[in-house]
Every structure is written in structure tokens, then in C-alpha cells.
Design a protein around this ligand. Structure first.
Ligand SMILES: NC(=O)c1ccc[n+]([C@@H]2O[C@H](COP(=O)([O-])OP(=O)(O)OC[C@H]3O[C@@H](n4cnc5c(N)ncnc54)[C@H](OP(=O)(O)O)[C@@H]3O)[C@@H](O)[C@H]2O)c1
Length: 280
């Protein structure tokens, strides 16, 4: 199996382009052990970037991640998110401390604002700076920010410290290619692509199945290889299944050629004009 490509964040830290999502983990106690196993196998196979959020299973996802990384904290690049309703100067700090407790760690590697809400961005950025000063997070970033949000952030004092923008991106959600992705390349802020297999909805698509057949691969692997073809993109598929985890990890062995990309472009057209950022 090939190594996973790595990517350098603006702060200089190197992270793997293929990480692991955790939405819906921690919802069901009967599934928790399997989720921990899948996450641990992912870490062993190099998918060491793990994305979670206080929102997921109301903190339950962070608890599952905490179990999975116990004793291997140093191998993991840990990302969590603050809800916009908590993203005030004080609320952000309290939310982060609660996340740290659930995760059983002293520091997050990256802390994201989950999406924009009622608090002024400047207030949240100030809270992030306090958390960095206090050693509770190493860096911060954002999620679900459209191009104008990134511009607005860039104008704030300290706004240039943003490390990533986590957004919806997959074959059926290509809107960001028009302007947000070029923005990210220009500013060297990697995109972290969430729902890279459209929560499983892409997998029965005929075009994906035909490209998969050519490569003796699966539709999930083609969908992931397609997202990962961009050098500035990190993909964070979620799976609580060891078999799916192995399958997703092997997506880095798939090399899509022009014929594949043409087939996929015909079915999933690239945007020809600005589209408002979609969210799931
Ligand atoms: N910032 C945001 O607003 C935001 C929004 C959405 C998601 N996210 C993050 O991005 C992560 C990924 O997105 P997502 O969870 O929405 O969707 P996703 O990763 O596109 O898809 C996950 C779904 O696909 C299934 N799956 C995974 N690998 C598979 C495979 N090889 N074959 C068949 N099915 C497979 C999973 O089920 P099994 O577990 O059974 O494999 C799960 O139901 C999230 O977990 C979360 O960390 C962030």
C-alpha cells in the first residue's frame, strides 16, 4: 500500500491528506467498541488526523475518540469544533475545556468554528488566541466558510492565522471549485473536505461504478481518490467499520487518469458560475 500524501498547514505542521471523520460515532453504546477499533486501525494505517466536534452525539463522539487515542495521543493530529452558539469570548473557552475533558487530552491540535453564528468573528478569534496562549489548542481554523467569509476573516487582526476551512466537497458537491478552492490555493489554506463520499449516497452511482470497475476498485475508493487528486485537499471519510476503513485507506493506491476524469466530469459537472457554499 502506498503512503498517504502529506500536506503542510500554514503553521508548518505536516498532516496526512487522508484522515478520519467521526460524525455519528458515540450515538450507540453497542457500536462504540467497533468505532474505537476502526479509529485505531486508521491510526495504525497512517490516517492520523481525526476530526470530531462537541456537536457530534452531544459529546459522545469526542468520548469515543478519547478512548481510541488513549495511549497514542502523540501519533494523532486532533481536530475538534466549537458550536456557533458557544463561540463567544468566554463560551469558546468553556466549550474547549469540556471537549478536552471528554477527549482526555490536554491540548487540541486544531480547533475550528463549526459554522458562522451570531457572535462576531473577532470575538471568536480572540478566544482562540487566548486558548493558544493557555496551551489548550495549538492552532485554529474554520468550517463552512464561503469565500466572502474567508475574506472578512482575513481582514481581522490575527485572521491570517487560520489553518484550514472544512467544507462539503465531493463529486456531487463541486461548487467550491469555482472560487473557494482557488482562494484557498492563493492563500495556501488547505481545504478539509467533509462528507467526501456524500455520506454513502454516491456509492451506487453508475459512472462511479464504471470507473471503479476499470480500476478493480470500489466506488468509495474512486470518490476518495477524486477528492484527493487536489494537492491542497484533506479528506476525512467517516467509518465505524474495519472493512470500510481498510477500503478507504487503499483509495490512495488509485490513480485516476484523463479518461476517468472525463467520465466523472460528464456525470458531475464542474461549476460554471458562483454557487453559494452548500452545507450538510
Ligand atoms: N464541518 C461540518 O459541518 C461537517 C459536516 C459533515 C461532516 N463533517 C465531518 O466530516 C466527516 C465525514 O463526513 P460524513 O460522515 O458526513 O460522510 P462520509 O464520510 O462521506 O460518509 C460516511 C458514511 O459512509 C459510510 N461509509 C464509509 N466508508 C464506506 C465505504 N468504504 N463503503 C461504504 N460505505 C462507507 C459510513 O458508514 P460506516 O460507518 O458503516 O462505514 C457512513 O455512513 C464527518 O464524520 C465529520 O467528522 C463535518
Amino acid at each position: 500500500m502506498r503512503d498517504i500524501q502529506s500536506l503542510t498547514l500554514p503553521c508548518g505542521t505536516s498532516v496526512p491528506a487522508l484522515g478520519q471523520g467521526t460524525w455519528n460515532m458515540g450515538e450507540s453504546p453497542t457500536k462504540a467498541a467497533g468505532e474505537v477499533r476502526a479509529l485505531q486501525l486508521g491510526i495504525e494505517l497512517g490516517m492520523t488526523l481525526i476530526d470530531t466536534a462537541e456537536m457530534y452525539a452531544d459529546g459522545g463522539s469526542e468520548k469515543v475518540v478519547g478512548k481510541a487515542i488513549s495511549g497514542r495521543r502523540d501519533q494523532v493530529y486532533l481536530v475538534s469544533k466549537v458550536l456557533p452558539s458557544n463561540a463567544s469570548r468566554r463560551g469558546t473557552i468553556a466549550a474547549c475545556e469540556a471537549s478536552l475533558r471528554r477527549l482526555g487530552v490536554e491540548r487540541l491540535d486544531l480547533y475550528l468554528l463549526h459554522w458562522r453564528g451570531r457572535y462576531a468573528l473577532a470575538e471568536t478569534v480572540e478566544a482562540f488566541e487566548t486558548l493558544i496562549r493557555d496551551g489548550k489548542i495549538a492552532h485554529w481554523g474554520v468550517s463552512n466558510f464561503d469565500t466572502e467569509d474567508m475574506d472578512e476573516l482575513g481582514e481581522l487582526s490575527g485572521g491570517d492565522q487560520v489553518q484550514t476551512n472544512q467544507v462539503l466537497y465531493n463529486l456531487s458537491r463541486r461548487g467550491i471549485e469555482y472560487d473557494l478552492m482557488p482562494w484557498s490555493v492563493r492563500h495556501r489554506v488547505p481545504v478539509m473536505a467533509y462528507s467526501p463520499i456524500e455520506q454513502g449516497r454516491l456509492l451506487r452511482h453508475a459512472a462511479l461504478m464504471s470507473v471503479a470497475k476499470r480500476h478493480n476498485a470500489t466506488p468509495a475508493q474512486i470518490a476518495l481518490a477524486w477528492v484527493l487528486r487536489h494537492p491542497g485537499v484533506i479528506a476525512i471519510p467517516k467509518t465505524g467499520s474495519v472493512a470500510h476503513l481498510e477500503e478507504n485507506r487503499a483509495s490512495v493506491d488509485v490513480e485516476l487518469d484523463e479518461t476517468d476524469l472525463d467520465t466523472l466530469d460528464r456525470e458531475f459537472a464542474a461549476p460554471q458560475r458562483k454557487q453559494p457554499l452548500e452545507m450538510i
